[in-house]
Design a binder for this molecule. Structure first.
Ligand SMILES: C[S@@+](CC[C@H](N)C(=O)[O-])C[C@H]1O[C@@H](n2cnc3c(N)ncnc32)[C@H](O)[C@@H]1O
Length: 246
């Protein structure tokens, strides 16, 4: 495992107690009212998209973290297996999911799932591990299985992310410690194109205010009738005041 992947894992272990502040816009992630309203609108849009997608059945969540999305998934699916590399994040996740501590780059699923879900994870997968990651997703799915992903929007850059270069950036914790991590913000069309040769057809879009990229799909040729409708083009709208840090 590369040094940056080790450091990234450590960063999220150390960030665990303050991680949710980013999502709920607390403390140093607080936003002005208008920016907060735009953030919340994007959160609501993305949550509604997941609900409309109707997960159901068995779900594998990769890099589940403190459980922001796990808690939604357990309410929508029959069963959720949530994998994360860090005990510190899993300790804050929900006991309503089956929690598995494992490194996504080393773990092999012992069973197959109806849905593989990952949020704010793909942007932390380096190019040299990208194909391998999607092989894991494929191996974890039943033949007609589906994928749903959420991540940072393409124009989104981290509040605390500095020295951005070559798909990496430096992040700081509230106490000032810094870590080098992988962060690639995908454009929705680029990502859909990138995964097609790997066997996935994804319908992706940006949330209206540009904070998030989200969407769903399935393995090409395996679930034609289960594919989502191609989403409408993203609504125009500014993204000033976005905040960032997934
Ligand atoms: C940006 S957070 C996303 C957490 C969660 N999915 C969410 O949306 O709130 C990235 C997560 O990946 C986990 N992680 C980092 N490296 C990992 C690895 N190699 N294998 C599995 N999980 C890893 C971290 O512990 C952290 O919980």
């Amino acid at each position: 495992m590369s040094d940056v992947l080790r450091e990234q894992k450590r960063y999220y272990a150390e960030r665990a107690p303050e991680y949710d502040d980013w999502w709920y816009r607390r403390g140093r992630y607080e936003l002005e009212p208008e920016a907060l309203a735009r953030w919340r609108a994007d959160v609501a849009e993305t949550e509604a998209a997941l609900e409309g997608f109707a997960p159901g059945g068995s779900v594998l969540e990769l890099a589940a973290g403190t459980g922001i999305w796990t808690r939604r998934l357990v309410g929508l699916a029959d069963r959720v297996v949530a994998v994360d590399a860090n005990a510190e994040t899993l300790a804050l996740n929900t006991s309503d999911a089956e929690l598995v501590r494992a490194d996504v780059f080393e773990w092999e699923p012992a069973e197959r799932f109806d849905l593989v879900f990952f949020s704010f994870w793909l942007s932390h997968v380096p190019e040299e591990r990208f194909d391998e990651f999607w092989s894991l997703v494929r191996a974890a799915l039943v033949p007609r299985g589906r994928v749903f992903l959420v991540d940072s929007g393409a124009g989104d850059t981290a509040h605390t992310g500095t020295d951005q270069a070559d798909g990496e950036e430096t992040r700081s914790l509230a106490g000032g410690r810094t870590f080098r991590i992988v962060k690639r913000r995908w454009r929705h069309d680029e990502l859909a194109e990138r995964v097609r040769p790997l066997g996935f057809e994804l319908a992706l879009r940006d949330s209206a205010n540009g904070h998030f990229l989200y969407g769903a799909g399935s393995v090409v040729g395996e679930a034609d009738d289960a594919r989502p409708e191609t989403p409408a083009p993203p609504a125009p709208g500014g993204a000033e005041g976005r905040s960032r840090d997934g």
